[in-house]
Design a protein around this ligand. Structure first.
Ligand SMILES: Cc1cc2nc3c(=O)[nH]c(=O)nc-3n(C[C@H](O)[C@H](O)[C@H](O)COP(=O)(O)OP(=O)(O)OC[C@H]3O[C@@H](n4cnc5c(N)ncnc54)[C@H](O)[C@@H]3O)c2cc1C
Length: 439
């Protein structure tokens, strides 16, 4: 059935609609191009219309019209996803949630907000009450909270609270369905797993209630080490040091330091290093640990100092971002190593072809190393060989070179997500082509 978009525009009025081709193109894409594989597959995809709702009623109306005319619908937060999660494969409507940004309330340890709020805006407010988010992505300045839960996994703070999908990290959501009669439903506790990291394939999240963490005076610290293995072991011990309050333990091989242009003044030479965020009262204990591993603190800055460089924006996938700014042929992997011995094995095997970047995070109560290694891309075959070698040797790759939900981090669809989709999106209109099991 061909869709008459002029008619749709009339029916959608007075909701804000974008029709300019250039703007539609821009709002149809994300950071898919970090992957040379996705770059080839997705660069030409675009929506027919972008719709920007202001209220839940607007979203309900868009849902009703999409169901009535069977229009594909792709939800967008800020479009900072890395795997083409918010790129529409079959045109249709992109629903840009960025105007749904109200803070409903913040009270001791909990915040309730609309899904399109920028994470940085929310955190600025929670800090006024002595709280901060349990975890944030390195894109926190622009990413939305709905997009983080829809497409992200964790980040700064995951060393304490694990990943977004872990029980207790999301209290409640409101979701709008694409049934014959679209409606607003609420999911609580474990039920929220149905929409977590589901790429917006099974419902439009309009509101979230999230737990918060106590806010600290964070100190950004860079420590250099004589070699990578010392830096790695230091990272594990710091991650395991329950008495040292921290929210970021990022270990970078010296081959990566050349990509950190604005950090260069602090480095005498390229050295293996740790980028950290620790509570300022933990500094003395940190210094003792640094000494134990022959490290040297080359930078420390309180975040309230206006001259500080924001170290967060050199970690997680921002490391890839900086490397690609200098060398656009660089791509990346996402790897759960589970032990530092496994990291060491891969570090020695691949050398500089796979530059080691480790983030420590908590998985089932244990601090483990996960990698966002930089890869000098040559061919797709070689990239697949590198992935296979990791997998054959017991490292788990959450493949960032696919837009298919099942082929990325989870390897299979959660049955609860598929069942939920059957209920809330019976016509399969939401983010078509991303959930293979739907077919
Ligand atoms: C440089 C860089 C660094 C990054 N660092 C991190 C990191 O530290 N940790 C991390 O987890 N990720 C990271 N990412 C990925 C991404 O930035 C985050 O996951 C971010 O939180 C996504 O938010 P967004 O608002 O941009 O979502 P989008 O990219 O717009 O959307 C992500 C997915 O969620 C869906 N979605 C968006 N809003 C809704 C909604 N209201 N209802 C239902 N579905 C919705 C979309 O359809 C899409 O599938 C990084 C990306 C880049 C480019």
């Amino acid at each position: 059935m061909t869709i008459d978009y002029q008619l749709i525009i009339e029916e959608l009025k007075p909701i804000k609609i974008i029709q300019e081709a250039e703007k539609i193109k821009q709002l149809s894409l994300d950071y898919y191009y970090f992957s040379p594989i996705l770059e080839k597959q997705l660069g030409e995809k675009k929506a027919d219309l972008v719709v920007i709702p202001n209220t839940e009623e607007d979203v309900l109306k868009v849902a009703q019209i999409c169901v009535k005319y069977k229009i594909p619908l792709t939800v967008r937060g800020a479009g900072t996803g890395n795997y083409g999660q918010c790129i529409p494969l079959n045109g249709g409507i992109v629903l840009d949630m960025s105007e749904m940004k109200k803070i409903k309330w913040i009270k001791s340890g909990v915040a309730c907000v609309e899904a399109g709020i920028k994470i940085s805006v929310l955190e600025k407010e929670t800090k006024k009450h002595g709280w901060e988010l349990r975890m944030i992505p390195s894109t926190y300045k622009i990413a939305t909270l709905g997009g983080f839960f829809g497409g992200g996994s964790g980040g700064i703070g995951s060393i304490n609270y694990g990943q977004l999908k872990d029980r207790g990290n999301l209290y409640r959501v409101k979701v709008i369905t694409l049934e014959d009669e679209p409606k607003i439903i609420e999911l609580k506790g474990d039920e929220t797993r149905q929409i977590n990291h589901a790429y917006g394939t099974n419902g439009i999240i309009t509101e979230l209630e999230i737990p918060l963490a106590p806010s600290y005076n964070w100190l950004d610290v860079i420590v250099t080490f004589p070699d990578f293995i010392k830096a790695l072991k230091f990272g594990q011990e710091l991650a395991d040091s329950d008495g040292i309050v921290k929210k970021l333990v990022s270990i970078q091989a010296k081959s990566i330091v050349k990509y950190f242009s604005s950090l260069k003044p602090y480095f005498e030479k390229e050295q293996d290093c740790a980028l950290l965020s620790v509570d300022e009262n933990s500094l003395f204990s940190l210094q003792e640990l640094v000494k134990q591993y022959d490290g040297e603190i080359i930078y420390q800055q309180n975040l309230s100092n206006i001259n500080h460089v924001n170290l967060i924006e050199f970690t997680w996938n921002h490391t890839t971002f900086h490397a690609r700014n200098i060398d656009p042929t660089i791509t990346y992997l996402q790897t759960f190593f589970f032990t530092i011995e496994k990291v060491e094995q891969m570090y020695k095997y691949f050398g500089d072809e796979v530059m080691m970047h480790i983030e420590f995070l908590r998985v089932a109560g244990k601090a483990i190393p996960a990698g966002l290694q930089l890869v000098k891309f040559s061919t797709e075959e070689r990239l697949n060989e590198i992935i296979k070698y990791h997998e054959d040797n017991g490292a788990f790759i959450a493949n960032p070179h696919t837009y298919i939900l099942e082929d990325g981090g989870r390897k299979s669809i959660e049955p609860e997500q598929l069942n939920f989709k059957k209920k809330v999106d019976p016509y399969g209109l939401m983010n078509q082509g991303k959930m293979r099991s739907w077919k």
